[in-house]
Design a binder for this molecule. Structure first.
Ligand SMILES: [Zn+2]
Length: 265
């Protein structure tokens, strides 16, 4: 599943191709047709990312909602010739500049603005967005007996963190994923929020997840850091810092990775 940095990147990249212009909206697959008809040909005013959600503000006053889930995928074409839909395309967006097809999302709808308000009310702060208050995250974590590795995957605690950033942020903070939320002191909560914020924002800039520094990766400048050495603990056999074998746990239905030496219980 894409993490928050990918969603913010999509909003930015697609916004350049769609925002401020009339956009043709259709559903080649048919499942989104009646929603599409309501905004087809109207102007897209902006695309707002929040956590793993995308909101499309239409000049009609309605707001589109997309959540990619595990299998959702966008395909962008800037060819003059409109590409034929490939597979089951739920939503097609067409401007003068591009054709963007969405297939396999968990959610895709055009709604009254109250639907967006309701979704946002259920989400924790999004660390990529400016001026977010982490207080809601801190309150939830410090009242919970659940492990911090479980809490970080809960979008109502913090929005946008997925499996890779969970592993990497906990590694950098030296926190065992099973440590109960309520055991974290205020300085640790602050450190965790700052770590997540820095990592996710770097992800938006890079367009991929690299959590290690170039020096730590050992890859010379000018060469892209390969995925296999781009993380401290995630999907590694041995810890980048100390060489201890990385332990795997099943937390929140996803494999969690941690170093038992750098992240003691
Ligand atoms: Zn280690």
């Amino acid at each position: 599943m894409p993490e928050g940095h990918t969603i913010h990147r999509i909003a930015r990249d697609h916004g350049k191709l769609l925002v401020g212009m009339p956009v043709g909206v259709s559903s080649p697959q048919g499942r989104f047709s009646s929603d599409a008809e309501r905004v087809d040909g109207t102007t897209l005013e902006r695309i707002e990312p929040y956590g793993k959600h995308l909101f499309y503000f239409w000049s009609t006053g309605e707001i589109g909602h997309v959540h990619l889930g595990l299998f959702g995928k966008f395909r962008v074409s800037t060819d003059d010739d409109r590409p034929p839909p490939r597979g089951a395309v739920r939503m097609r967006l067409e401007s003068d500049l591009a054709t963007i097809d969405l297939s396999g999302p968990t959610a895709c709808s055009i709604d009254d603005p109250s639907v967006r308000t309701g979704i946002l009310a259920r989400l924790g702060p999004d660390p990529i967005k400016p001026r977010q208050n982490p207080r809601r995250m801190f309150d939830k974590v410090s009242k919970s007996t659940r492990g911090i590795g479980d809490l970080l995957m809960d979008q109502s605690v913090v929005a946008g963190v997925g499996n890779v950033y969970r592993a990497e942020a906990l590694f950098v903070c030296g926190m065992h994923p099973l440590r109960p939320g309520r055991d974290l002191d205020p300085a640790e909560l602050e450190e965790l929020w700052n770590t997540i914020t820095t990592m996710l924002r770097r992800g938006v800039k890079d367009g991929r997840i690299v959590t290690v520094s170039r020096a730590e990766s050992g890859v010379p400048r000018g060469t892209p850091i390969p995925r296999s050495v781009a993380t401290y603990a995630y999907k590694r056999d041995h810890c980048l810092h100390c060489g201890t074998e990385i332990q795997r746990l099943d937390i929140a239905n996803r494999t969690s990775y941690h170093c038992p030496t750098c992240q003691p219980r």
